[in-house]
Design a protein around this ligand. Structure first.
Ligand code: BEZ
Ligand code: FE
Length: 287
């Protein structure tokens, strides 16, 4: 059966499919898979596909909770040289986010206390990367992304470009912990395993710049719940940062805050480009 792929003209296809079939068969032998269990698995995968929509990607979710997404991230991460670590992409990226200026606001009507995030984008040698495109997206204080509501508006997401010194800065809301969608087959799997669907509070970043490897990562809020039990195994200590609370005051960009607000500072370091990456218009699994 493994040899049935040998006619392929694509050596990588042959390598991947041969290995997949070998491991799949070894797995079935290992657990002595029953026909009922095989049928159950087919039904599970069928329902996983059926629940997918342009804004609900249950297969990415399945890959995430099985740890396959983070395994793939790890295998392909350059690492070292102070390069910022990548983490899971998740299913809630959306093309066409609004552009904001430096110190602009991506919150739109996202519910939650205001939060300013800033820092620099640097290269491996510590030089500023000017004109890097930074995409950010995050959930509201109730733990839902804009695409999980019916309002049809882009909220809590946007993009901006670093200035000549590699600086970025934007307003959003302070991130809150939330549960990944658990009303579908992936939720059944978590329940059967006695696992929590919760993720620690975080903001998503995707940073692209000419001559550099695309960085897909998060910043996590230090000292928050679920940092050691992330449902999708995405936490890396280097990405956990303190968020400071401030009394009502004038904030960055001259914004007047009538209530408490928060801030965090983080510098990203991009890896040098060694192989070509897909253009930003085609991110992995982008909804
Ligand atoms: C997220 O952080 O948006 C996410 C990641 C993996 C699964 C579900 C959500
Ligand atoms: Fe998220």
């Amino acid at each position: 059966m493994v040899r049935s792929f040998a006619g392929s003209a694509d050596p990588r296809f042959l390598e991947v499919m041969s290995s997949l079939v070998r491991h799949l068969h070894a797995f079935a032998r290992d657990v002595r898979l029953t026909e009922e269990e095989w049928q159950h698995a087919i039904d599970f995968l069928t329902r996983t596909g059926q629940i997918c929509t342009p804004t609900r990607q249950e297969f990415i979710l399945l890959s995430d909770v099985l740890g396959l997404s983070m395994m793939t991230v790890g295998i392909n991460s350059p690492g070292g040289d102070g390069i910022t670590e990548d983490t899971v992409f998740g299913p809630f990226f959306v093309q066409g986010s609004p552009r904001i200026d430096l110190d602009g606001d991506v919150a739109a009507d996202t519910a939650g206390p205001p939060c300013h995030l800033s820092g620099r984008v640097l290269d491996q040698d510590g030089n500023p990367v000017a004109g890097a495109r930074i995409e950010v997206w995050e959930a509201d204080e109730d733990g839902f992304y804009d695409v999980q509501y019916d309002h049809g508006e882009l909220r809590g997401r946007g993009h901006l470009f670093t200035d000549d010194e590699g600086r970025y800065g934007f307003w959003s809301v302070v991130p809150a912990p939330y549960g990944i969608p658990s009303d579908g087959p992936v939720g059944e799997l978590l329940t059967a395993a006695g696992r929590s669907p919760m993720r620690p509070a975080h903001v998503h970043f995707m940073i692209t710049a000419e001559g550099h490897r695309r960085l897909i990562t998060h910043l996590f809020v230090a000292d928050g719940p679920h940092l050691s039990s992330d449902a999708v195994f995405g936490v890396k200590p280097s990405l956990v940062v303190p968020f400071a609370r401030h009394d009502p005051d004038e904030g960055p960009g001259g914004r007047q805050l009538a209530d408490d607000w928060y801030s965090a500072v983080y510098d990203f370091t991009l890896a040098r480009e060694t192989t070509s990456t897909a253009p930003i218009e085609n991110p992995p699994g982008g909804g």
